[in-house]
Design a protein around this ligand. Sequence first.
Ligand code: HEM
Length: 415
Amino acid sequence: MPDQPSASPMPELFTWEFATDPYPAYAWLREHSPVHRTVLPSGVEAWLVTRYADARQALADQRLSKNPAHHAGSAHAKGRTGIPGERKAELMTHLLNIDPPDHTRLRRLVSKAFTPRTVAEFAPRVRELTDGLIDRFATQGSADLIHDFAFPLPIYAICDLLGVPREDQDDFRDWAGMMIRHGGGPRGGVARSVKKMRAYLAELIHRKREAPGDDLISGLIRASDHGEHLTENEAAAMAFILLFAGFETTVNLIGNGMYALLRHPEQRERLQRALARGDEQLLATGVEELLRYDGPVELATWRYATEPLTLGGRDIAAGDPVLVVLAAADRDPERFADPDTLDLARRDNQHLGYGHGIHYCLGAPLARLEGQTAIATLLRRLPDVRLAGDPDDLRWRGGLIMRGLRTLPVEFAAE
Ligand code: HEM
């Protein structure tokens, strides 16, 4: 379907207004140009896929490769990973940049070490971390939920899970902070942080090989499938993608999720009443709904057509980048009733917030654990928590893939 002229003009993409609220623009695209060719702020041309059915199909289409070498504009074939400055390093040969059969082999190996049981056993530690962070500001009556809470929680959680010693975790927090603040542009600080993280991980893997522990990195080294193991580089790339994929996403789940609850008092009170009764069902469906309503990942990571194909009636040439807009698909009225309404008890909520197909989020059980624990604990301990200041003053972080707030200032009665 060609881009049609229409009564309402096409909203501008990638502006400040768009970053604040992209949903009207996505509604326009879904209706008028559901598979839309656009020029990204970087100058690269790409297709945006905004309808749920097309998005789901594209995520499962093996003709869309994750390997940046398939990008036709080979000048752009490097560094499409979201980590600027880290072009050729082994760390980039991770799950989100590779196709089967390598992807199948690596995913099978990591799945042996990172199991739902690993995550379930980790629940008490997540609760302890959550309470510990809230302890630091609960007596103050105000906090920035991003800086004081959503940001440190996932990084400490993943560090603990991987087996990064406590005394080194603040270094990790600083490196990760550099990446999230500057993600999206090649800046020296980011490249340096990635380099330091890579050197640290290589050294840590070496130490764990000598003296294995009860942690995920030791598990990754130990994991074997038909006699095959991860190489040291593969283990480092795996640790890196677990950190990277599990960090900013979870920050945004907590940040966007709490923001949505604070803007919808009737939903938030409903959840508080359920929690007070000891009913956790609404918490589980509610966190899924928060992922659908304003999820952490706005666009799935880059895909490239390996051959000419048709999607939503548009012809896509070999080598073209295809970006699946999860945030648009998850508000598609063809799939979700009243898609712009936040309904924590929503049924049949098969949102695409964790992706779909072979790259479906490996960390979804951990993300659910962290998201549910964080939101339930905040609402229990700060029952009257409210936004401080004017919501119009809130700023969203730029960047294409992720959607998240820079700050979330709140007030509450001090404990
Ligand atoms: C993949 C979302 C948390 C590890 C993905 C994908 C999405 C996603 C959409 C697929 C990307 C694509 O197909 O282009 C999320 C969200 C999270 C979250 C919304 C939090 C709320 C985590 C956590 C971890 C993690 C906590 C691990 C500690 C991964 C990995 C992949 C992935 C390793 C790549 C899987 C593969 O390519 O086979 N995630 N994620 N994620 N996620 Fe998550």
